[in-house]
Ligand binder design. Structure first.
Ligand SMILES: C[C@H](O)[C@H](O)[C@@H](O)C(=O)CO
Ligand SMILES: [Mn+2]
Length: 418
């Protein structure tokens, strides 16, 4: 009752600005976030002879109860999804293949190794996205994959990426929604290179081979993800921002921006409008870098709101494929998913509740005083009341009530895992 009353009062406040709340909630309900499965098991995967995590990324923490197999991971994801308003997607990596304990090399992976994931996705009515895994493997031990000087190693990873796109195609066909298959590679050097061009030429050639295999975009969409540095690739990363932006634009591929892959004062929010002028699609890995690409859980901070504002005010919700990418093993892993995903949705709602046309006009007229004043006042408008109502309407717990569900699940399920 209090929720409805607060909502009605808040609605009137926003409607004075011509904001139609029904329309806003309708639009928000259509948004599908791609939730990364790897938060659930610290990016370990379930390969028969799984290697240690490599590729210049790291997970810290030892909170009990991580998923030990695909069934547990699906169970955890399902629980988390039940606490997040809306219908979302799940993003898989190749290391989450199910091979019945048999060692299947990554360049031999097939759709059948993801059949359980597809059946599960069908059962709960969601789409799947995919990523080839070019790390945590002996053939990536020196930190080089698609740009490796050894043609045999390049060939192995090229075939893995082609196989991955086929798996993406299978997801798209089975689930009736195109799979975004995203290629991220760790390739780079610890110290200053004596030649930047040659590895980049090799990466370009490898990508050309991977994408020479035609796959209908109705089923699979291709993305490439850039990076600035990693652990062990502090001085040089082959697949940099300029490299992949150029590649994606020239080859009609989707460029993926990870919010942790830029200089500390450089923001992804400031890149969205520029890229959308030259490409009709863009993908995101929303993460939270703390001093480095630390992949902290996404919080409702200034940059998250700014990203959401850029998507909403530029009418780009259908152009930007929003995915998440964080992994924190120091807190309950399901809570991490719920906090990060609810924040992403909350930020989009916040952005939808702004008088964008009016604010744009103020800027055009050079009225920067009123622009700043109105933007600041909207920060304390009763947006929380609309969010609470939305959660209730979508049958998910309101405010921190969801935490009780997680605590119960932790007690009944997670603590039983050794
Ligand atoms: C596991 C992910 O694919 C990986 O985090 C990648 O997307 C990335 O961001 C590497 O820094
Ligand atoms: Mn990423």
């Amino acid at each position: 009752m209090v929720i409805k009353e607060s909502f009605e009062k808040a609605r009137q406040v926003y409607e004075k600005w011509g904001i139609n709340i029904e329309e806003v909630l309708e639009n928000l309900q259509q948004v599908s976030i791609s939730i990364h499965c790897w938060q659930g098991d610290d990016v370990k995967g379930f390969e028969a002879d799984a290697s240690e995590l490599s590729g210049g990324i790291d997970v810290t923490g030892n909170y009990p109860g991580k998923a030990r197999n695909a069934e547990e991971l699906r169970q955890d994801l399902e629980k988390a999804l039940s606490l997040i308003p809306g219908k979302h997607r799940v993003n898989l990596h190749a290391i989450y293949a199910e091979t019945n304990g048999e060692k299947v090399e990554r360049d031999q992976l097939e759709p059948k190794h993801f059949e359980n994931w597809v059946n599960w996705a069908k059962k709960i009515g969601i789409g799947l996205d995919f990523n080839p895994t070019l790390f945590s493997h002996e053939k990536a031990a020196d930190g080089l994959t698609l740009s490796h000087p050894d043609p045999g190693i390049r060939e192995f990873w090229i075939n893995h990426c082609i196989r991955s796109r086929k798996i993406g195609e299978y997801f798209g066909k089975e689930l009736g929604t195109p799979c975004l298959t995203n290629i991220w590679i760790p390739d780079g050097y610890k110290d200053i290179p004596s030649d930047r061009l040659t590895p980049r030429k090799r990466l370009k050639e490898s990508l050309d081979k991977i994408f020479s295999v035609e796959i209908n975009e109705k089923y699979n969409l291709d993305a490439v993800e850039s990076k600035l540095f990693g652990i062990g690739s502090e001085s040089f990363v082959v697949g940099s921002h300029e490299f992949y932006l150029g590649y994606a634009l020239q080859n009609n591929k989707i460029y993926l921006l990870d919010t942790g892959h830029f200089h500390p004062t450089e923001t992804v929010s400031n890149k969205i409008s520029s890229i959308l002028l030259y490409s009709d699609r863009l993908a995101l890995h929303v993460s939270r870098p703390v001093r480095w690409d630390s992949d902290h859980v996404v919080i409702f901070d200034d940059e998250l709101r700014e990203i959401a504002l850029e998507i909403v005010r530029n009418d780009a919700l259908h152009k930007v494929l929003i995915g998440l990418d964080f992994f924190d093993a120091s807190i309950n892993r399901l809570a991490a998913w719920v906090i990060g995903t609810r924040n992403m949705i909350k930020a989009l709602l916040y952005a939808m509740l702004m008088p964008h046309e009016y604010l744009k006009q103020l800027q055009e007229k050079g009225n920067f005083t009123e622009r700043l004043a109105v933007m600041e006042e909207f920060k304390t408008y009763p947006f929380g009341a609309i969010w609470d109502y939305y959660c209730e309407k979508m049958n998910v717990p309101v405010r921190e009530e969801w935490l009780k569900e997680i605590q119960k699940y932790e007690e009944e399920v997670l603590t039983k895992r050794q």
